[in-house]
Design a protein around this ligand. Structure first.
Ligand code: ADP
Ligand code: ADP
Length: 233
């Protein structure tokens, strides 16, 4: 069963400058695929097309068998979670930050779900803490969260949202390599059972993917398993 399908996708931000030139790929439901390639290759563009920030000039994009041009913005947002490179935190507790944006969700069941997500992302001890730099009305001092801890908040948000599709958009690129390895372990629990597209430019961040797509100049240069691509090097 396909999770994400790009079918002959042509796209350019400007009419006379094509960025994706008839891109074809498929990610099976539940599969974790890494999308790697040099800066400017078009990796983020693929994420933007999945969210329909832009529509392709030709070709089709399907998620779970449905052409996304036929899907409402609301159900697209519900279907896809994203862990970005840097997360911005709101002026409230870590728990609030994890649950923020969930309409009509309050009460004990939601609080338990937030705690569960925080536990899954290994950020539970900080759930009542305030992020760095914020003075609240009561004058409490914020806690200085490291880059890795901020990513754990973003991971908890995604676990709580529980979408069938997840995009990891350079989710560990801003971290030092030791923190990166720790966050990568936690990201496994996000990818498990979900269709996952992991955008990265470093090979070290993709060792656990089922398959790797190598994008160059808006075209798939190669695809295969980690070991097979290394062998061909
Ligand atoms: P990557 O994520 O692989 O670094 P991008 O998808 O961000 O690559 O960019 C692919 C190409 O599209 C680059 O040449 C970039 O300059 C261009 N590009 C990205 N965003 C825009 C935009 N909003 N308008 C015009 N060109 C853009
Ligand atoms: P929710 O949509 O429920 O608030 P998410 O935190 O998963 O939960 O989604 C944040 C939204 O922000 C996404 O739906 C997407 O539209 C947008 N977004 C955030 N970061 C990125 C990014 N790096 N690339 C593309 N879209 C992004």
């Amino acid at each position: 069963r396909p999770g994400i399908v790009f079918e002959n996708v042509h796209f350019g931000y400007e009419p006379d400058r094509s960025i994706l030139h008839g891109l074809d790929f498929e990610i099976a439901a539940g599969e974790t695929v890494a999308l790697v390639g040099p800066s400017g290759a078009g990796k983020s563009t693929i994420a933007r097309l999945l969210f329909r920030f832009y529509d392709p000039q030709a070709g089709r994009i399907l998620i779970d068998g449905q052409d996304i041009s036929q899907v409402t913005q609301e159900s697209l947002r519900a279907a896809i979670g994203i862990v970005p490179q840097d997360s911005v935190l709101f002026n409230d507790t870590i728990g609030y930050n994890i649950g923020y944006g969930r309409p009509h969700e309050t009460g004990p069941a939601e609080e338990a779900a937030i705690r569960e997500a925080a536990r899954g992302a290994a950020i539970l001890p900080f759930i009542d803490a305030l992020p760095d730099g914020f003075d609240t009305e009561v004058g409490e001092r914020g806690l200085k969260l490291s880059g890795g801890e901020k990513q754990r908040v973003a991971i908890a948000r995604t676990l709580l949202k529980n979408p069938p599709i997840v995009i990891l958009d350079e989710a560990t690129s801003a971290l030092d390599s030791r923190t990166e390895q720790e966050i990568l372990k936690t990201l496994k629990s996000v990818a498990r059972g979900r269709t996952t597209l992991a955008i990265a430019h470093r090979l070290s961040t993709i060792a656990d993917s089922d398959r790797i797509l190598v994008l160059e100049n808006g075209r798939l240069a190669e695809q295969g398993r980690h070991a097979d691509l290394l062998r061909r090097d």
